[in-house]
Design a protein around this ligand. Sequence first.
Ligand SMILES: NC(=O)c1ccc[n+]([C@@H]2O[C@H](COP(=O)([O-])OP(=O)(O)OC[C@H]3O[C@@H](n4cnc5c(N)ncnc54)[C@H](O)[C@@H]3O)[C@@H](O)[C@H]2O)c1
Length: 306
Amino acid sequence: MKVTVVGAGAVGASCAEYIAIKNFASEVVLLDIKEGYAEGKAMDLMQTASLNGFDTKITGITNDYSKTANSDVCVITSGIPRKPGMTREELIGINAGIVKAVSSSLIEFSPKTIIIVVSNPMDTMAYLVHKSTSLPKNKIIGMGGALDSARFKYRLAEALQGPISDVDGMVIGGHSDTGMIPLTRLATRNGVPVSEFLSEEKLSEVLEATKVGGATLTKLLGTSAWYAPGAAVSAMVQAIACDTKKVFPCSVLLEGEYGFNDICLGVPVVLGKNGIEEIVKINLNDAEKATMVESAKGVKAVNDLL
Ligand SMILES: NC(=O)c1ccc[n+]([C@@H]2O[C@H](COP(=O)([O-])OP(=O)(O)OC[C@H]3O[C@@H](n4cnc5c(N)ncnc54)[C@H](O)[C@@H]3O)[C@@H](O)[C@H]2O)c1
């Protein structure tokens, strides 16, 4: 399994590190436009190999896409992150040009690749890759819901004062502060609905803290977060590499599913060797459906800016 990660910044490097540590890929190519930057990050990461016990070979490249040839999975993290007070949507002006050029260069050398889009505004960037390339829909996957769900589980465990490993839950909808939909009704603690343990008020606090999870970290760090985003991407790449058929909420092109068309939006999907193996249909209640419609409106408005 050869994986290319474009953008050797905070998220790209974290993603390469987690992929290597999990030891399922033979090769990770880190590519950046900044001269020597990816080479430096790759060398630094390779010097952790004997300490962390992995055999994955990490190579750093400055903008030479021929070195990415025949990648099974390509991850796009290139672009600018948000600063405190900014929304993800404000990044579109710069990131759209970068994502379009990067995806086209990747496909030139890896025509059969699966692309995972991370750069923000992610739902719109995933849509842009659909519109500007000829990759089939199962091979273009936006990463947002996997991260938002991990943040949701963190907040749930905090409220329950229990271990995160006991908690399950999912966030669907658009990857934005206003668009994401933490499914509190379906979240469980060891198989029992969390509503058995948490009051409505507490659950709504969890929901709100999850929605602003990225903004909270951006305020603390001065830029957007990288450990959990990198871990979320690596978990998705692992599901594809090992054909696990695990379910993740991902931003995928909808063609009638959940009642939407011509939009990339976060819904549960099965990930395996073909990328998106299946879009999973879950029954949403009326309130959740209405929130999903509002979320889609928000994403469409950003898509219109393209
Ligand atoms: N989808 C998500 O859940 C999620 C989570 C966190 C961050 N993000 C997004 O990921 C992106 C990266 O965030 P970051 O914190 O790693 O930023 P960063 O600034 O640390 O890294 C971005 C890297 O991209 C490189 N780059 C810029 N243009 C390029 C090009 N044309 N070709 C190759 N490399 C190029 C830069 O040199 C830089 O090293 C941002 O858009 C951020 O908003 C998304």
